[in-house]
Design a protein around this ligand. Structure first.
Ligand SMILES: C[S@@+](CC[C@H](N)C(=O)[O-])C[C@H]1O[C@@H](n2cnc3c(N)ncnc32)[C@H](O)[C@@H]1O
Length: 309
């Protein structure tokens, strides 16, 4: 192999993941905030190390360059489907093919597979990886119903993503213009969606943000009448028309607002969940659940079957 030519081929690709293919061949990630990503990848790897891939059929949803698909294969998976919807990320999709070639891998690649159409494949998998994807979705509930339809009773679904730490319990934030995080749930909201899509879940672990927000340095005086020096200074700033100085003066006496910074990588925890399919009644529903979920709930399944007969 012409190593220099191969490295040039690697360098022409906009990689997300960092691969080391040996012989000095490496990929350079084009991610911003690379330290945060490395921190997250280590977290994911430490949890994936506890998943038994041996002899299993694996579906990797939103595989991008296929890093975790190749990981599953390397750890004994019988078959791996690396799926993605290429229209949903900033790469041209060539990376996974080159990585497959360099690794001598047999991973199957489908880059036209949206999570929203998974059930149409009619396939069930032993292990499903749903890593770093849910927070980019406009309809995570629909996505999870599709994943549920790809489960047999023994399937394990591994889910990773950010969870909000400064929303109220069970709240979730939709923020579609934010291309880093279109949906940010609290752990309670995420678990509610999982329950509503007929999954049981266990929190495998949390990762704290790398750089937690620092407390504001401002010493806010106790409430009470403002002192004459402060009032005099405020008058001077107002007479000079200095908005900046007036704002600074106010900042000395008004407590800062509670942080609503919801950036996924810097200000929120990351969670890793292990989920298994649930079959039986789910207390969230008094009426038939949507998207074919009644198949897992005898109360509604039996009624549907009777109606159809
Ligand atoms: C942040 S990357 C995560 C990549 C990889 N799973 C990981 O954890 O390192 C998000 C991935 O989700 C994919 N994605 C986003 N929306 C999707 C959708 N509707 N269907 C399938 N994949 C989607 C993107 O194309 C991208 O590959």
């Amino acid at each position: 192999m012409d190593i220099a030519a191969k490295q040039a081929e690697l360098d022409a690709i906009t990689w997300y993941h960092e691969f080391d293919f040996g012989n000095g061949l490496r990929t350079k990630t084009h991610c911003h905030q690379i330290d945060q990503h490395r921190h997250i990848w280590q977290f994911m790897e430490s949890h994936l190390a506890t998943v038994d891939f041996r002899g299993k059929s694996v579906l990797d949803i939103g595989a991008w360059d296929g890093y975790w698909s190749f990981y599953a294969e390397e750890h004994g998976a019988r078959s791996v489907l690396a799926s993605d919807d290429l229209g949903q990320n900033w790469s041209a999709g060539r990376g996974i093919h080159l990585a497959k070639e360099l690794l001598g891998s047999s991973v199957e690649i489908d880059q036209s597979q949206s999570v929203y159409n998974l059930a149409a494949r009619g396939q069930k998998f032993d292990v499903i990886l749903f890593l770093g994807v849910y927070y980019h979705l406009h309809d995570p509930f629909h996505a999870l119903t599709q994943i549920r339809h790809c489960c047999h009773p023994g399937t394990v679904v591994v889910i990773d993503g950010p969870v909000a730490t400064n929303l109220e319990a069970n709240e979730a934030l939709y923020d579609f213009p934010n291309q880093y995080c279109e949906w940010l749930p609290t752990i309670g909201a995420l678990q509610q969606v999982l329950k509503a899509t007929y999954f049981n879940d266990t929190v495998a672990g949390y990762l704290d943000p790398m750089a937690p927000p620092t407390a504001p340095a401002t010493q806010v005086p106790p409430p009470g009448r403002l002192g004459w020096r402060w009032r005099l200074q405020m008058c001077r700033d107002a007479l000079r028309g200095s908005r900046a100085d007036m704002a600074a003066q106010l900042g000395r006496v008004i407590p800062p607002p509670v942080s609503r910074d919801l950036r996924p990588h810097t200000h929120n925890k990351r969670v890793m969940l292990t989920c298994t399919p649930h079959e039986g009644a789910v207390g969230l529903y008094n009426y038939r659940p949507p998207f074919g979920l009644e198949a897992y709930d005898p109360r509604f399944r039996d009624a549907s079957q009777k109606r159809a007969a």
